[in-house]
Design a protein around this ligand. Structure first.
Ligand code: UDP
Ligand code: MG
Length: 315
């Protein structure tokens, strides 16, 4: 096989021991018919189960399967950044480890790439086996993000995609922390096109994206690609000022008519309202400044513990 395979498939995995084997099998079957050599690169994002053992065992049997292991859990976005950085293929496909993204879509992506698209992203037509809550929030999030940013980030699209060599090079040069990779890939530009697919239910195990991680990713997307939230302070401030003017006018009117004025309740409401507005806007500022701090610290996005080429000490 040539030193450089045509295709690298990057698979971030966090506690996916049951899925590694089936995933490798299905990928190998699909990729054998496609193009000029491939490699499968698993990125173990600090799993605490047997995920790494499975990857290492597969890699010993099949040279086309490689693995990279983090020193701890750095998160899905860091894992796929590491995968793209370490991939040796000309084009790189990113796919989830839980078989929710069917590997059978990859040949179609490769075909589009050969036709001239630099990025081929997979757009979900339907999602199966996911909660009503997840589908509704995801739907709402992608549309809100689109409304708030000038970058053309496609709706209903996760990280399942193919990047050609120019996109891969551009992606590798993006140093930012708190990454929303699907947005960054859109930001890169080049001809980008979609293939539609049905998202399956998870093959085994449970989601590794609890609400906390989902919210974080959503905020990274908004903060990373829009400064509209920063302007919210101005809007809320103007609205509060207008409301205050109306209240003063009403108070003067009531006084002139000789009526009393329910002062206490009004004062409490005003304090709570303004306090709330101020805390929300400070919170928004905090989201932006916290990310500036992350950039200034300049810590690496992840730390590699070992790879299948350079195994580390056993536990
Ligand atoms: N994942 C990861 N690190 C994490 C969480 C998730 O590498 O901290 C991987 C996970 O193993 C899977 C992919 O990211 O391959 C997507 O995660 P998951 O399927 O749990 O998310 P969902 O499909 O439920 O949104
Ligand atoms: Mg999943």
């Amino acid at each position: 096989m040539a030193d450089r395979p045509e295709l690298s498939v990057v698979v971030p995995a966090f506690n996916e021991e049951e899925n590694i084997g089936p995933m490798a099998e299905r990928l190998t079957a699909v990729l054998s018919g496609v193009g000029d050599g491939f490699e499968i690169l698993f990125v173990d994002d600090g799993s605490t189960d047997a995920t790494w053992d499975r990857i290492a065992a597969l890699s010993r049997r099949d040279q086309r399967i490689r693995g990279l292991r983090f020193s701890r859990n750095f998160g899905h976005q860091a894992a796929l950044t590491a995968g793209v950085a370490a991939a040796r293929g000309e084009a790189v496909v990113i796919i989830d480890a839980d078989l929710q993204d069917p590997p059978e879509v990859i040949p179609e992506m490769v075909a589009r790439w050969r036709e001239g698209a630099e990025v081929v992203y997979a757009q979900r037509e339907r999602r199966e086996g996911e909660t009503w809550f997840k589908k509704a929030t995801a739907r709402w999030f992608y549309r809100t993000l689109r409304a708030l940013t000038s970058v053309d980030i496609p709706v209903d699209t996760g990280d399942f995609r193919l990047m050609g060599p120019r996109a891969v090079a551009a992606f590798r040069a993006l140093p930012e922390h708190n990454r929303f990779n699907r947005g960054l890939v859109s930001w890169i530009g080049f001809p980008q096109t979609a293939v539609r697919y049905h998202r399956q239910a998870r093959a085994a195990g449970e989601t590794k994206y609890p609400l906390r991680k989902m919210v974080r990713l959503a905020v990274d997307g908004l903060v990373g690609f829009s400064s509209v939230p920063l302007r919210l302070a101005t809007v809320l401030g103007l609205a509060a000022a207008a409301l205050a003017a109306a209240v003063v006018a009403a108070a003067v009117g009531l006084r002139a008519a000789g009526n009393g004025w329910a002062g206490q309740a009004a004062v409490v409401a005003a304090i709570l309202f303004l306090g709330g507005v101020q805390l929300v806007t400070i919170g928004i500022l905090g989201e932006y400044t916290g990310r500036i701090l992350d950039e200034v610290r300049g810590r690496p996005l992840y730390i590699v513990r070992e790879t299948t080429e350079e195994p580390g000490e056993p536990d």
